[in-house]
Design a protein around this ligand. Structure first.
Ligand code: KG4
Ligand code: ZN
Length: 342
């Protein structure tokens, strides 16, 4: 019988269900985004997110089964995002997966959201180890060293805001809608070098800090407004994007110098959709060392989706990393603790 894994992602504002056959044959990946609703509030409202997951999950499930042309009784295991994420939102996916696993008497697999983002790269290329994963999302900014399969060591991280969070906050100050990342990315292309932003420093050279950068933008905007003038939004987007992305690429190069056995760099998380990062990272890594491969996930699996959860769950199924029905969600689950369980 062929292996079919169904995975559920509800960690933030996307209700998503995917079905993978075998190791990585994606049969369906239905994503129902709540962005239009949260846009009104300038960010994700956790309570609303949970309610919308409850309302949408059955519709998304039906659609995922229909597109994959499979039935619930054909599924070999049900997977769900166990964390990190919004607690109420995570519970919706967890309860759905548990109910299905119990009803159909098949294994249950809790998946780490960030590890899922990293494994999304497998839709493009096999991961070669040792690997460096650049995790850049709305909630996380980390450099993860993977000596081997399913082995995660955080070697650098943000000391304050995540890069996506900084994009979203700066966008709000500039009067742009949520999520701000894609908007800043688009407008930065029309901007020119004008505003000067500082380079943030951290004690550990592999760490980053984005809160100071965000504050500098806020200060410049306020100063200009106080003079009764208007900020040039495109030029500020240009300045912010350049600093924010160059900063994290500098850290990747530093990490490659320190960990000289790295064979591949993979990018993971919503900010992997950023056009400047996608263009610049391979150039900089290539300039540093032509032997190091750079993999950027396709646009469709940069932001949250269940395909990434399901491809990792399929790997976990192989090593029989199953969970008990009593398992809870973990909104602050660290990727290094996920290793202990794996
Ligand atoms: O991974 P993700 O979907 O959610 C989390 O797990 O956090 O990432 C969402 C983040 C948001 O902050 C959004 O603004 C950012 O990814 N983002 C971008 C771009 N597309 C999405 N940031 C910069 N440039 C983009 N093109
Ligand atoms: Zn994510």
């Amino acid at each position: 019988m062929k292996k079919l894994i169904l995975g559920i992602e509800t960690s933030c504002d996307e209700t998503s269900i995917a079905i993978v056959e075998g190791e990585d044959k994606l049969l369906s990946n239905v994503v129902s985004s709540q962005i239009k609703i949260h846009e009104k509030y300038g960010g994700v409202m956790p309570e609303i997110a949970s309610r919308l997951h409850v309302e949408n999950i059955n519709i998304v499930l039906d659609q995922a089964l229909k597109e994959a042309n499979v039935k619930l009784e054909d599924i070999s295991a049900f997977a769900f995002t166990r964390g990190p994420g919004l607690i109420g939102a995570l519970h919706v996916g967890a309860q759905a997966a548990k109910t299905l696993a119990l009803t159909y008497n098949v294994p249950l697999i809790g998946v780490h959201h960030i590890a899922g983002h990293i494994y999304a790269n497998k839709y493009i290329k096999e991961i070669s180890y040792p690997c460096l994963a650049l995790v850049v999302s709305g909630g996380h900014t980390e450099l993860v060293y993977m000596k081997k399969e399913l082995n995660f060591k955080v070697i650098g991280k943000t000391q304050d805001d995540a890069i996506g969070e900084a994009y979203d906050k700066v966008a709000r100050v500039l009067g742009l809608t949520y999520p701000g990342g894609p908007q800043i990315d688009r407008l930065a292309k029309k901007g020119k070098p004008f505003y000067k932003l500082p380079i943030p420093h951290t004690k550990n050279p592999l760490d980053v800090s984005y809160s100071g950068l965000k504050t500098s933008v806020i200060n410049i905007v306020h100063n200009i407004e106080q003079k009764g003038e208007k900020i040039n939004v495109e030029d500020m987007c240009y300045a912010f994007q350049l600093r924010a992305i160059d900063l994290i690429i500098d850290k990747v190069i530093l990490a490659l110098k320190k960990y000289d056995d790295i064979k591949q760099v993979v990018v993971a998380g919503g900010v992997a959709a950023n056009s400047y990062l996608r263009e610049k990272l391979p150039l900089r890594v290539n300039k540093f060392n032509k032997q190091i491969d750079v993999v950027v996930p396709p646009m469709w699996c940069c932001t949250d989706n269940a395909a990434m959860i399901t491809i990792l769950a399929s790997k976990l199924y192989e090593i029989k990393k199953f969970d008990d029905l009593s398992i809870g969600v973990d909104p602050n689950w660290s990727i290094e603790d996920a290793l202990e369980i794996i």
